[in-house]
Write a protein that binds this ligand. Structure first.
Ligand SMILES: [Zn+2]
Length: 337
């Protein structure tokens, strides 16, 4: 049993290649952060080394050790694993890290059948590291598999992408995550809220079960987005400046905030269309109803378009402050505050 929730396409492709003993030398798993790329990569490593007749069983000593990160033939390389004598935050996976991998890859498996090297955030490979890796994935030693994970395929050299078998992981439907949470005995109300807030990212939903700060943080950001509509212009400009600052420091986080904007306004559209059961903000249905009543469908649709334009502008390195100010000033006022 693959411990992967959803993703039937990626899983069945891997199952078929295992059955036909036709596993690629290198896979590239593409998908947003927290969608479950590492889980899929580790499951593949388990499937290749599992001791049971039904790989990956998840139960045998090998499967357990791979899941626990203590199996010597399965290695994970990424920014976090960079050398500890350098206190600066790593921004690249270095050529030294790749050379070390190549050395390990040249050795026979130590205790398993197949050595698996997982490269997390592969888009962070420095150009020389990527070129160096290229040679190994073109002609890999026998019994060695590379699995590259990325949320930003465009940032990888095309030469690397073309040498890998590509597996795409997509966000799941809220209902799938809700069911998975309920199977783990999470109470129905909480499972519903977490699944909606997760935006289809199963890893986020399961982290949020044990880390309430994730939920609180997300709800606070959402409530600020909600309150901006009723506020004056100055709070909006302050907010835009703050978000532009965040964008400068942490692009991913700022994009996440814009995702919260999109969800809130999508919720308003759903309410307007009479599809209130499908909203993300299941804890704010009263506010959604009130706000939707003061807006026309046209206004809501137009503003969703504005959010998408702002996201596109930020993606193209436009001035973040200007793009976000325009967005904040465009929020429709509504007729009943
Ligand atoms: Zn097993």
């Amino acid at each position: 049993m693959w411990p992967v929730i959803g993703q039937p396409k990626a899983v069945s492709l891997l199952e078929q290649s295992l059955e036909r003993k036709n596993v690629a030398h290198a896979y590239l798993i593409v998908g947003p952060c927290h969608v479950g790329k590492m889980t899929l990569a580790l499951s593949l490593a388990q499937a290749l080394n599992c001791l049971s007749g039904k790989p990956p069983c998840g139960e045998c000593p090998t499967c357990r050790r791979i899941a626990g990160g203590s199996f010597s033939d399965v290695g994970v390389v990424g920014l976090a694993k960079a050398s500890s004598d350098d206190s600066r935050a790593k921004t690249e996976i270095s050529i030294e890290q790749v050379r070390e991998l190549q050395h390990l890859a040249s050795l026979a498996p130590f205790e398993g059948r197949c050595r698996v090297f997982i490269i997390d955030q592969a888009e962070r490979l420095s150009l020389e590291a990527a070129n160096c890796l290229l040679k190994t994935i073109e002609e890999p030693p026998a019994g060695v598999l590379f699995v590259l994970l990325t949320s930003c395929e465009e940032a990888l050299p095309a030469t690397v992408v073309s040498r890998c078998q590509r597996l795409e992981m997509r966000p799941l439907a809220a209902g799938e995550i809700e069911n998975a949470l309920r199977e783990k005995n999470i109470e129905p109300e909480r499972a519903k809220l977490l699944s909606r807030l997760s935006r289809g990212l199963v890893g986020w939903a399961f982290s949020a079960v044990s880390d309430d700060s994730l939920v609180v943080g997300q709800l606070e950001m959402r409530d600020r987005v909600m309150s901006l509509s009723g506020g004056g212009l100055l709070p909006r400009l302050d907010y835009a400046a703050e978000l532009a600052g965040l964008f400068g420091r942490d692009r991913r986080k700022a994009n996440e905030v814009l995702g919260i904007w999109r969800d809130w306004w999508r919720d308003l559209m759903l309410v307007k269309l009479g599809l209130g059961n499908a909203v993300t903000s299941v804890d704010r249905t009263v506010e959604l109803d009130e706000m939707a009543a003061g807006l026309s469908l046209e206004e809501i649709r137009k503003f969703i378009g504005d959010i998408e334009m702002a996201e596109a502008a930020l993606g193209q390195n436009a001035s973040p402050r200007l793009a976000l100010e325009v967005l904040a000033l465009n929020i429709p006022e509504g007729r009943n505050g």
